[in-house]
Design a protein around this ligand. Sequence first.
Ligand SMILES: Cc1cc2nc3c(=O)[nH]c(=O)nc-3n(C[C@H](O)[C@H](O)[C@H](O)COP(=O)(O)O)c2cc1C
Length: 166
Amino acid sequence: MTNLTQVSLESGFRDAMAHLAAPVTVVTVMAGERPHGTTVSAVVSLSMQPCLISVALAKSSDCLGYIAESNSFGVNVLSSHQHAMARQLAGKGAAKFDGIDWQESAGLPRLAGTAIWVACTALEFVDGGDHEIIVGQVLEVDTSPGAAPLTYHRRQFGTHVPSDIA
Ligand SMILES: Cc1cc2nc3c(=O)[nH]c(=O)nc-3n(C[C@H](O)[C@H](O)[C@H](O)COP(=O)(O)O)c2cc1C
């Protein structure tokens, strides 16, 4: 495959994946004494017995490094009104968590006002190209009934709209 073909495959794949509607979560972790969080859409419910969840993080992600150190992480599924926080936590550096409302739960930073909270132990790190797939064993889960989820589709934030209402 020539370089040009590879480049056009990559850009076509990137554009195609932008059409995949995805939930918006923030993966949180303790970075020593301070909380850290990163906006992540690559989150999958993996297994029920046992309860497992997977998240994919770029190998360049600071969050990935902190999870490798602490072997634990939280998944905060954002509510539809939390798009500003999603943009803020898609940035880099320790200061990006400034002003974020959170509390400690299972030793992890749990964000306020989210639709779903899941606390995990990192069981396995699997190579996934330029990403690392982390398999998490679920320790704690909480849901806010009725909260609309924040979604990302064609590079825009939105929410789910039911289409099968009788
Ligand atoms: C809607 C949205 C979804 C994202 N999904 C992912 C993802 O699934 N995995 C990932 O590694 N980065 C994802 N990112 C990019 C990270 O948030 C971004 O690279 C961040 O700066 C990484 O921060 P860190 O180095 O503190 O971990 C996403 C960004 C946005 C806005």
